[in-house]
Design a protein around this ligand. Structure first.
Ligand SMILES: NC(=O)c1ccc[n+]([C@@H]2O[C@H](COP(=O)([O-])OP(=O)(O)OC[C@H]3O[C@@H](n4cnc5c(N)ncnc54)[C@H](O)[C@@H]3O)[C@@H](O)[C@H]2O)c1
Ligand SMILES: [Zn+2]
Length: 384
């Protein structure tokens, strides 16, 4: 992965580039304030002459005019399909509506799908692009922090099934990602914080220096410091790009990106995936605290590191515990959570696979966490 120009050389305010090295499927991520307004010129430079913009109602009201204006200035023909916001749009019904709308617009093989929105729009539009006319190119313009550092980068696209989330999809890499930090100014604080949990995850996995930087800069980043946002987004995209280049179709190293997610998914599932009660990133924050507490209780990681993780999430305003008051009065039970995790992960001989850590920045995949140790941890967490 190369990055040009390097941060130190870039004039203040200049966008930064992260290259995702995937041979013929390689692409650039452009990070900076105002890159949305450059979309037309950047698409034109890729030879794109016609686009279908996919966005949701909320993002359309805030940011669609900047995109259509930019495409118009570049002479790129463009249509739009506006979908309802929310996870329910990532469904067969949502996909059918989008595909039929795109076909009604008379899309051709050379039409490019432009996804303007959060992970919901990116996953849905990316999957539609993967299958429309047997495959169209697409461009991601992620508008949430989570999408800018995670969902827009790996090439995973999907919709949900009644059997679970993201079960119907395709690997399909974008031609270009434009991560405009200014779009985050309109994002609700709770959504921003949820994305921040996944930012911190990259530090906790294998970059202790980045986590230490976040301990200093996390609060200003959340408050709106553009340079801090840009620095963090570039760092996360570089990290994800590195992993994706090593493991495009998720057979090995990508597993560490699931730090905090086994716990997190169990919490989300117990609350019926209700975003009003618990957002994915909030669940992952609690899950990472639990993964570090479990690692410390197994003697693998220093207790001081587990305490730092908890303290940092508390400092920025993320949830770290299971107190029912935060979740509309709905508490958790140890058996309920263990049952969810059993279903989520393969259990063999009373042991489960988990992402644990030997300390901050030292995550590893453990194949043999004993259920008894897990149960003891959950009993402490539920009682706290
Ligand atoms: N493909 C992947 O690798 C990958 C990785 C992680 C998550 N995901 C998926 O991403 C989805 C979650 O993405 P998300 O957290 O971005 O949620 P989201 O797309 O639902 O966006 C969250 C909310 O913020 C609103 N919003 C978006 N941008 C805004 C802005 N700039 N200003 C104001 N409001 C804005 C949206 O309308 C929505 O209501 C899930 O479906 C998840 O499965 C995919
Ligand atoms: Zn996640």
């Amino acid at each position: 992965v190369t990055r040009a120009p390097a941060r130190d050389e870039a004039a203040d305010g200049d966008p930064e580039l992260v290259r995702v090295e995937l041979g013929a499927r390689g692409f650039d991520i452009v990070v900076g304030a105002g890159v949305l307004a450059e979309a037309g010129a950047r698409l034109k430079a890729l030879g794109i002459r016609r686009a279908v913009i996919v966005t949701d109602e909320t993002v359309a009201a805030l940011h669609l005019p900047a995109l259509t204006g930019s495409l118009a200035r570049a002479g790129i023909r463009h249509d739009r399909v506006i979908v309802p916001p929310g996870e329910a749009t990532k469904s067969f019904d949502g996909l059918e509506h989008l595909m039929e709308s795109m076909l009604a617009l008379g899309i051709e093989r050379s039409t490019v799908v432009v996804a303007l929105g959060g992970g919901v729009v990116g996953d849905l539009a990316g999957f539609a692009a993967a299958i429309a006319l047997r495959g169209l190119d697409y461009v991601q313009i992620p508008s949430t922090l989570l999408a800018q550092i995670d969902s827009s980068v790996g090439g995973k696209t999907a919709i949900d099934s009644r059997h679970g989330k993201n079960l119907i999809g395709a690997f399909h890499q974008p031609r270009l990602v434009l991560a405009d930090t200014a779009l985050l100014d309109t994002l609700p604080r709770r959504e921003l914080l949820a994305g921040y949990a996944e930012v911190a995850k990259y530090g906790l996995i294998d970059d202790a220096a980045f986590f230490a930087w976040l301990e200093q800069n996390g609060v200003p980043l959340i408050a709106g410091d553009e340079a801090a946002r840009r620095h963090a987004i570039v760092a996360c995209c570089r990290a994800k790009a590195r992993v994706v280049a090593l493991d495009e179709r998720e057979s090995g190293p990508r597993a560490l990106l699931n730090l905090g997610h086994t716990f997190g998914h169990a919490l989300e599932a117990e609350l019926d995936f209700r975003p009003d009660l618990l957002l994915h990133g909030e669940a992952v924050a609690i899950g990472m605290v639990m993964a570090f507490d479990l690692s410390a209780s197994l003697g693998l990681a220093p207790a001081a590191d587990a305490a730092r993780v908890r303290r940092h999430f508390e400092a920025v305003g993320l949830p770290t515990g299971l107190g029912a008051a935060q979740f509309g009065g709905r508490g958790f039970t140890v058996d309920g959570l263990i049952e969810r995790m059993r279903r989520d992960k393969k259990v063999r001989d009373g042991r489960m696979a988990f992402v644990l850590a030997r300390g901050i920045g030292r995550a590893f995949l453990s194949q043999d966490v004993e259920i008894d140790a897990l149960r003891a941890l959950l009993e402490r967490a539920v009682a706290a």
